[in-house]
Design a protein around this ligand. Structure first.
Ligand SMILES: Cc1cc2nc3c(=O)[nH]c(=O)nc-3n(C[C@H](O)[C@H](O)[C@H](O)COP(=O)(O)O)c2cc1C
Length: 330
């Protein structure tokens, strides 16, 4: 979970309990990736995974940036700013991150937002790394199988954070988790890893009864003691009550699910016009950071899955124990 939720303690905690902890490296430079992997390795001897976004570095025109900044004007003006700063870089270089990942040789690597070439998959395999692609449709699952992936994560529309869609319009990749999992499992020979609204051991068993060989969970771990999210975000999740989650491209330029808030509501009318990820994501980073510093959850991205209300705050070790116990008592 990129953006601060994943900490080495959370990753190691999952791996130490027999799961596969995942280091979200999409926003990290190669040198920070190395530092974080070293800390994880000091906390666990068990396998872990590194996750990246498959991205091309964009080069938006000055006009595109000016227009995007204008669409965000009501939000940055409300912070008392007279202009929106343009970031020095839009994203990390994917090639640089992939080279660092291969050098670090985690047991597994997962990818989202795009697909690797067969040659890139081969480079990972030559380093002994198990390769997983994230999919939101059957066609995407077949595409990852064709390039040589070892497994696919089938992410239902309920999933928290960004949709991984890379073939066809993101708006059309809306299959629910329970509809998508059996379709993907039937279409590919490689294992299907189920994702989307899995919060308990009983949910894990249900996903496995629908064709999954493993599950990926995000939101359930967001409220663990070891999660790196700030106190305001954590409180918003724990006290979500009736606040709905919704998919929005307002924060990042790619559809992602989070708790509905003022940012989403004010941008609703123009969200289809904001530039694609990572440009919009980089342009809104300062707004979100300033809001977080003030504790203003109205302008933060409160990424969360549709079933966030069922998340249980506790330590990662306790959550893993609880999930296993729930699977055994069913
Ligand atoms: C805060 C947050 C950040 C996420 N960041 C990433 C990421 O960096 N890479 C990725 O592949 N998936 C990311 N995801 C998706 C999760 O890996 C997982 O598929 C999803 O959370 C499953 O749905 P759930 O939240 O209902 O458990 C993120 C999810 C959340 C909630």
């Amino acid at each position: 979970m990129a953006g601060g939720a994943t900490t080495p303690a959370l990753v190691a905690g999952v791996s130490n309990a027999g799961g596969l902890g995942s280091l979200a490296a999409s926003l990290l430079s190669p040198s920070v990736m190395r530092d974080q992997a070293a800390i994880i390795r000091s906390m666990t001897t068990q396998p872990f995974l590194i996750n990246l976004f498959v991205l091309e570095t964009p080069s938006p025109s000055q006009e595109d940036i000016a227009e995007a900044s204008e669409l965000l004007r009501p939000l940055w003006e409300s912070l008392g700013w007279d202009r929106l700063s343009v970031p020095a870089a839009w994203c990390e270089s994917f090639e640089g991150q992939l080279a660092a990942l291969i050098e670090l040789r985690p047991a597994a690597a997962s990818f989202t937002f795009g697909i690797l070439t067969p040659a890139q998959v081969e480079r990972l395999h030559s380093a002994g790394i198990f390769v997983i692609g994230t999919v939101t449709t059957v066609d995407e699952a077949l595409a990852w199988e064709t390039v040589g992936a070892d497994a696919v994560i089938a992410s239902g529309v309920e999933s928290g954070g960004h949709r991984g869609t890379f073939l066809g319009p993101q708006e059309e990749a809306t299959l629910s988790a329970k509809a998508l999992w059996p379709l993907v499992a039937a279409a590919v020979k490689i294992p299907t890893i189920a994702a989307g609204a899995i919060m308990t051991g009983v949910d894990i068993l249900e996903a496995m009864s629908l064709g999954a060989e493993a599950v990926q969970m995000g939101s359930a771990f967001l409220v663990c003691d070891e999660s790196g999210i700030n106190q305001h975000y954590r409180n918003a999740l724990i006290h979500a009550g009736d606040t709905p989650t919704r998919l929005t491209r307002a924060f990042s330029g790619r559809y992602a699910r989070g708790l509905e808030n003022r940012f989403m509501q004010e941008m609703k009318a123009v969200e289809t016009r904001v530039p694609a990820y990572p440009v919009q994501n980089a342009l809104t980073t300062g707004i979100r950071a300033a809001a977080a510093a003030k504790g203003d959850t109205g302008l933060m991205s409160l990424w969360a899955g549709a079933d966030i209300r069922r998340a249980r705050p506790m330590s990662v070790a306790k959550l893993m124990q609880t999930l296993v116990a729930e699977m055994r008592t069913k």
